[in-house]
Structure formats: C-alpha cells, structure tokens
Design a protein around this ligand. Structure first.
Ligand SMILES: Nc1ncnc2c1ncn2[C@@H]1O[C@H](COP(=O)(O)OP(=O)(O)OP(=O)(O)O)[C@@H](O)[C@H]1O
Ligand SMILES: [Mg+2]
Length: 220
C-alpha cells in the first residue's frame, strides 16, 4: 500500500531534514500507530503519504504508484482514495457540518439522497447527529475534530491517515474515535494514526512506527 525507500524530506534546500533516510513498508490492510516527540516528523510523514509534499530524495510508492516520478496531474485521482484527519481540522468555514462531511462524496459523484444519508449517518456515529446545520465556528475543538474524522472516513478511503485525531477529546470520545478508525480498518482501509496518546496506543496494540528527529527508530 505504501513504501518509503530512503526518503528524505527538506522543506528548504539547506534546512535540517524533517525526515531523514526513512525506510518503511505499510502492508495493505495494516493499522499503525505513529509516535514520537513534537517536531519528530509525524505530520511530515503523513503529508508525504497524502501527497501534499514530495520527497526531496528517495522513492515513495503509494497504492502502487511511484509518487517521486509521478506527474502532477496524476495525483488528484490518487488523493481521492486517501482520507485525512488534519491536525488543524481544515473544515470549510462557509459550509455547514453536514456539507463538510458530504463533500468527499460529492467529489466522488455520489447521488444526492445517498450522500446526505451517508454523511448524516457518519455524523450520528461521531455523536453530532444533532448539529448537522451548525457551522464549524459554532463547534468546540473536540466537535470540529469529530467532524474532520467523519469527513475523512465517509468515502471509505483505501488509505486513512489521522494526525492526532484525539488531541482535543476526553477519554470516552478518544476511545470512540479509535473504535471508528478500527472499524474502518476492519472494512479494509490501511490506517495510520499519529498520536501522543500513550495509553490509547497501549490499549489498542498495533504496529508501531516511532520517529525521532526525522529518523524512523522503531518499525514493528
Ligand atoms: N511547512 C513547513 N516549513 C518548514 N519547516 C517545517 C514545515 N512543517 C514542518 N516543518 C519542520 O519539520 C519538522 C517536523 O515537523 P512535523 O510537523 O512533521 O513534526 P510533528 O512530529 O508532527 O510534531 P507535533 O507532534 O508537534 O505535531 C519540524 O522541525 C518543523 O519545524
Ligand atoms: Mg504534527
């Protein structure tokens, strides 16, 4: 599903690399925790995987495509099969909660009735069935995070990436979010979850990727 061969990522030509010589293989259908201190490169790792940045050196394959050599116009179709929960949510402020979650289904060309039903069901699942018409700015940080999660999973992505999806949530809600990520995993998605949440990872044993200062120091 994903393969990194000796990947280095620099945001500027002579900057310290955010990722440095990373080798890693994520099998289709795997579930991985991604951990490491602040600044270690977790978000950068996920940005590579959802094709928001290109590697400075090394080879990156995502869903069978060679990203390091792919043409720019090949990427959007691939990106549509990837769901992302961003660390800063990135909800669209002018759309209500329901439309934010329905958006990936609209882009995929689903029928109106089905897409509204699917988005509504997903929002019920994350406990926001009563807030369909709210704007993102009217929600708490934890509520916005759950909308971001619903949007990431609603189109059943082949690859699901979550960047600290429980950072604003209490214990009960964090468990619920992980249960939803695991359900996506059981349905066949390959899942990578960046987190600082040690107890949550311990409660839910899975493959562990650990970054330190841009290097992958644990992979198993
Ligand atoms: N857009 C950017 N431009 C320049 N440098 C960046 C950019 N994004 C990240 N970096 C740098 O890359 C390094 C890794 O950052 P990254 O955001 O990947 O860390 P992280 O592990 O996700 O940290 P956190 O736990 O705080 O979210 C840091 O030194 C950071 O300053
Ligand atoms: Mg981060």
């Amino acid at each position: 599903m994903v393969r990194l061969d000796n990947i280095t990522l620099r945001y500027r030509p002579n900057a310290t690399p955010a990722l440095n010589g990373v080798d890693c293989h994520l099998a289709a259908g795997s579930f991985s925790w991604l951990m490491g201190p602040s600044g270690a490169g977790k978000s950068s790792f996920l940005k590579l995987l959802h094709l928001a940045v290109r590697p400075s050196a090394g080879q990156l394959h995502v869903m069978g495509r060679a990203i390091h050599t792919a043409r720019r116009q090949e990427l959007p179709a691939l990106r549509r099969r990837i769901g992302v929960v961003f660390q800063d949510f990135r909800l669209l402020p002018h759309l209500d909660v329901l439309e934010n979650v329905a958006l990936p289904l609209r882009i995929a060309g689903r029928g109106e009735r089905q897409l509204l039903a699917d988005a509504t069901e997903m929002l019920r699942w994350v406990g926001l069935g009563e807030r369909l018409k709210a704007r993102p700015e009217e929600l708490s940080g934890g509520e916005q995070q759950r909308v971001a999660l619903a949007r990431a999973v609603v189109a059943r992505p082949a690859l699901l990436l979550a960047d600290e999806p429980t950072s604003n949530l209490d214990e009960a809600q964090s468990r619920r979010v992980v249960a939803l990520l695991q359900q996506m995993h059981r349905l066949g998605s390959t899942v990578v979850v960046a987190t600082h949440n040690q107890w949550l990872a311990e409660e839910n044993p899975a493959a562990m990727l650990r970054l330190e200062a841009g290097r992958l120091v644990e992979h198993g």
